[in-house]
Write a protein that binds this ligand. Structure first.
Ligand SMILES: Nc1ncnc2c1ncn2[C@@H]1O[C@H](COP(=O)(O)OP(=O)(O)O)[C@@H](O)[C@H]1O
Ligand SMILES: [Mg+2]
Length: 217
């Protein structure tokens, strides 16, 4: 199992947002996480992605206990092992597509030559080569989101976590993005956990996990 979480609970004040949640994900699996707004999907994804900590329970990625790592090791692990894609692309507006994609590689300490070579391959793969030197404002919503996917992939993460990745796209661009996730899985055995309201994407996934009121149902 690439991801294993057991008995995760989380409260914000007196509000229990996650109640005894357990989930395992295998390498190369695409899991969709669905459920009504407020169910705890983003909270769970943040914990699985090491962006937040549970009050109790256990999270392991690739056999490593995340809750035992100090902040510095955790930040390094996150940078190397987890790719994030959000509803809004969160690209840096002053940087080009190529530069945005390289950021996580620079954080990892890769050289400009190394990072740009890998980013160039990803731009090719995601059919974005002609946009390499464009800034986010000069790209369509679908292109911006594909750049965000490339940025998530540049360090060859063990896991990609996506929170409503197509929530801001029209039907065709959403469909293309979803197709891309499956291509990446088929080509690289990339593993995805995707929170989505998109029924089509949820149904395409290998497994659809439904959350309600802080529990998996
Ligand atoms: N940082 C926070 N502080 C307080 N409450 C929060 C915080 N983050 C989320 N919540 C609450 O936790 C519940 C679950 O939120 P969330 O995980 O974002 O649900 P979902 O992604 O399924 O819509 C909601 O009631 C939300 O208001
Ligand atoms: Mg959410």
């Amino acid at each position: 199992m690439i991801l294993e979480c057991r008995n995760i609970s989380k409260k914000y004040g007196s509000l229990e947002v996650l109640k005894d949640v357990s989930l395992t994900v295998a390498k190369g699996e695409i899991v969709s996480l669905v459920g009504p707004s407020g169910a705890g999907k983003s909270s769970l994804l943040h914990i699985l992605g090491t962006l937040d900590k549970p009050d109790s329970g256990r999270v392991e990625i690739d056999g490593k206990n995340l809750l035992k790592m100090n902040e510095k090791r955790l930040a390094d692990f996150r940078n190397r092992s987890i790719g994030f894609i959000f509803q809004f692309h969160h690209l840096l507006p002053e940087f080009t597509a190529l530069e945005n994609i390289c950021v996580p590689a620079y954080i990892q300490g890769q050289s400009k030559i190394q990072a740009e070579a890998k980013a160039g391959k990803l731009l090719d793969l995601l059919k974005l080569s002609s946009r390499a030197h464009h800034k986010p404002s000069e790209m369509s919503g679908g292109e911006q989101q594909r750049v965000a996917v490339a940025r998530a992939l540049i360090n060859d993460p063990l896991l990609v976590m996506a929170d409503e990745p197509s929530g801001n796209l029209d039907t065709n661009n959403a469909r293309d993005l979803h197709q891309l996730f499956f291509e990446l899985r088929d080509t690289f055995q990339q593993t995805f956990v995707i929170v989505t309201h998109n029924e089509e994407l949820a149904a395409m996934a290998d497994r659809k996990v439904m959350m309600k009121d802080g529990r998996i149902v």
